[in-house]
Design a protein around this ligand. Structure first.
Ligand code: ADP
Ligand code: ZN
Ligand code: ZN
Length: 669
């Protein structure tokens, strides 16, 4: 993609000098048009003259019909200018639709998106365009509610809000980091900031990492703002999305709530963007343009509030440096204590021949919680298929000869691998220690956990929430509602259980396998582990009943786990930032990941080598990508450190070879 775009630019500059005569007609205006459909080879805008009859109606953001080559086609007007150097310029034929779909501000954000993330301009612009299909008729259906909450804001909430209000009132595009422990009242701050904005007739966008993860937040917004809220996310049907988009465009829903795509809603008079849990990976788009929501939001020219209990290390660094304005909510509402966290060393459980996924401590605590009629949340990492191989005879786990770390079995590869150094062996038939053939595979995911708990506590009502159980649209909300109505005792699942839940009867949180995230071959592995544990721990004891957290780990002395057990962001951050500094990783540099794909392994590698040699700066690789072969293509990765994406130009690959670029990648794995 990137390479093609580059080629297109080269061509567009190749205007013969003699032909580049400036056309200058005083009353004439010219429009810059991007075709509504582009072939995958062209990333260009084209100049057209505007006939005098159309002059009053041609605006940026409308759709026009234009001659193109031998045919007519349609395009969006993305610029107006008084002169054009295109020889023999053609005229716009007619206006297809006078509806203004976007303004000049959108055009400049889209241009930045295209340039920075190396994407086609049209793709970037498309983010802002209405979902396909005819615009529905929007009814005015605003019912203004309620009911302000009965409680008084805390001092910290008040102080944070006053600072945010000032930026809103002055329409100052300042970025705030609202760093508040779980249950400290961040959501209440968002709500009040939005309320303040509404009184001024402005609009707000509030973003959530994943819509199913935070059902309660949406309810709270809807409770307070009623029909003023418009929810926009990718789980909606096309028809629902279209209705939502046009309602916002009509200026009716002033509060847009949604996932990253909601950032591009056609909000009128935008006055604030809130990004809740700003560190979440889902804010990074996995399709071109591969933008990071947090960074794009800062191009909108309005105040931005980034909220989290566990800010991204990069975000916190910028706040520390004074680039972002730090606002702190240091304690929970009513000074409720953060729940005590016990770290259980799972190696010891093994030594005691406990092969269950539950340590005796977690099992006992579950029993007590159930006996008291309270609720428990159990978290196991999505990639929690953490399968060890252990000998039943001698009790040894199979370890890496280089790293003193357990080898992890992957059924896909039918091999045991070390997640530290990449050492890998095919599954040995015998224990290397005692030659026994009684090798046992253990570990497991959500399903296995559910089975185990069912056996241990047959009366317990269990709800499982993971990708399999929420495949059906909307069913994660159904599961959460069931749990919040007290129709289940244990909620067990992946990342989806780690945030958003604010339930008085949840008094026990168990992190069944804390290490899953730790072993990812990624410089953010420790950060992710810290975030996951801290977030899920924050679900316990949020109201009057005291809570308790048990974290099971095979690596209990890792700093991410120790800091999470103390709810100590500072301690984690201090260690992590030093590692980043030493290894020269973000925020001390920026990264660009380039993937070269080719049908021929040799041709792909050689091209990648040439490409790497041609780039100025710190270039790592090429190496085989984490997924070394996909869809019959060999894949090679090149990592650039400290290279400005805006200045980067890549060569055109020969046919059969593809390049794709990920600027500021969310993960290197
Ligand atoms: P966070 O978003 O930081 O996790 P919330 O905004 O959800 O925190 O607040 C935690 C709980 O405390 C919620 O039930 C919320 O309604 C309540 N709450 C928030 N602010 C106050 C306050 N000032 N006084 C009393 N309760 C509050
Ligand atoms: Zn190793
Ligand atoms: Zn053995």
């Amino acid at each position: 993609m990137a390479e093609l775009r580059w080629r297109a630019r080269q061509q567009s500059q190749a205007v013969p000098v003699a032909a580049a005569v400036l056309v200058r007609v005083v009353t004439r205006m010219f429009a810059e048009v991007v075709l509504t459909k582009t072939s995958s080879f062209l990333d260009k805008t084209y100049d057209y003259s505007i006939p005098a009859t159309l002059l009053p109606s041609v605006k940026i953001g409308i759709k026009v019909e234009i001659p193109f080559g031998k045919r007519t086609t349609q395009g969006y007007v993305v610029g107006l200018k008084e002169e054009s150097s295109v020889p023999g310029i053609k005229a716009i034929l007619r206006i297809v639709d006078e509806t203004v779909l976007f303004g000049p501000n959108v055009v400049s954000i889209a241009r930045w998106l295209a340039d920075y993330y190396h994407a086609f301009f049209l793709r970037a612009l498309n983010l802002f365009l209405p979902p396909k299909g005819k615009a529905p008729i929007t009814k005015n259906q605003i019912s203004s509610n309620y009911q302000p909450p009965k409680f008084q804001l805390t001092q910290e909430q008040t102080a944070a809000l006053n600072t945010i209000f000032r930026a809103i009132d002055e329409n100052r595009p300042e970025v705030f980091l609202l760093h508040g422990v779980t249950g400290s009242g961040k959501t209440e701050v968002y709500l009040r900031a939005v309320e303040h904005l509404l009184l001024q007739g402005k609009s707000a966008i509030t973003l959530e990492p994943e819509i199913g993860m935070t059902p309660q937040l949406i309810e709270r917004f809807q409770e307070r703002f009623g029909d003023n809220c418009v929810v926009l996310h990718s789980h909606l049907t096309l028809k629902e999305r279209r209705a939502a988009w046009w309602r916002v465009a009509a200026g009716q829903g002033k509060i847009v709530l949604g996932t990253r795509l909601a950032l591009f809603a056609p909000v009128k008079n935008l006055g604030l963007i809130v990004i809740d849990e700003e560190y979440e990976n889902s804010y990074k788009s996995d399709m071109s343009p591969r933008y990071n929501t947090r960074d794009v939001a800062q191009k909108f020219g309005v105040p931005v509030v980034l909220g989290s209990a566990t800010p991204a290390v990069e975000t916190y660094y910028l706040a520390d440096m004074g680039k972002y304005h730090k606002l702190v909510l240091s304690h929970r509402i009513d000074h409720r204590p953060l729940p005590p966290v016990t770290v259980v060393d799972m190696r010891r459980e093994l030594a005691q021949k406990n092969f269950s996924m539950l340590s005796s401590e977690l099992r006992d605590s579950l029993q007590e919680t159930l006996a008291r009629g309270e609720q428990a949340v159990l978290f196991i990492n999505k990639r929690g298929y953490y399968t060890f191989v252990m000998c039943r005879e001698c009790g040894k786990t199979l370890e890496c000869p280089h790293c003193a770390a357990s080898l992890i079995y992957s059924s896909q590869a039918a091999a045991l691998a070390c997640n530290y150094c990449g050492y890998s062996i095919k599954q040995p038939p015998l224990c290397p220690n005692c030659q026994s053939s009684l090798l046992k595979f253990f570990g497991g995911g959500t399903q296995k956990l559910e089975d185990e708990i069912n056996k241990l506590f047959p009366q317990a009502r269990i709800l499982r929430v993971d990708q399999d159980s929420v495949k059906q649209r909307g069913s994660h909300e159904a599961i959460f509602h069931k749990f919040s109505r007290g129709e289940a005792d244990i909620l067990l699942g992946t990342q989806m259980v780690t945030k958003g839940l604010d339930l008085p009867k949840v008094t026990l949180v168990g992190v069944v396998a804390a290490d899953g995230a730790l072993y990812q071959p990624d410089f953010r592995a420790a950060e992710r582990t810290f975030q996951l544990i801290t977030q899920v721990a924050g679900r316990a004891g949020r109201h009057h009943l005291p809570g308790k957290v048990i974290v099971q780990s095979y690596n209990p002395s890792h700093y991410a786990i120790i800091a999470a057990a103390k709810h100590d962001y500072q301690q984690f951050y201090q260690q992590e930032i030093e590692q980043r500094r030493e290894m020269i990783y973000p925020p001390f540099t920026n990264l660009i990941s380039i993937i070269v794909e080719a049908a021929s392994k040799k041709a792909g590698f050689e091209f990648a080598q040439d490409l790497a040699r041609g780039i100025q700066g710190t270039v790592l690789g090429p190496i085989p990508a984490t997924i070394a072969r996909a869809r019959g293509k060999w894949r090679f990765q090149i990592l650039l450190k400290g290279v400005d994406p805006l200045g980067l130009q890549l060569p055109v690959p020969p046919t059969g070879i593809n390049i794709s670029l990920d600027v500021d990648p969310a993960s290197l794995a």
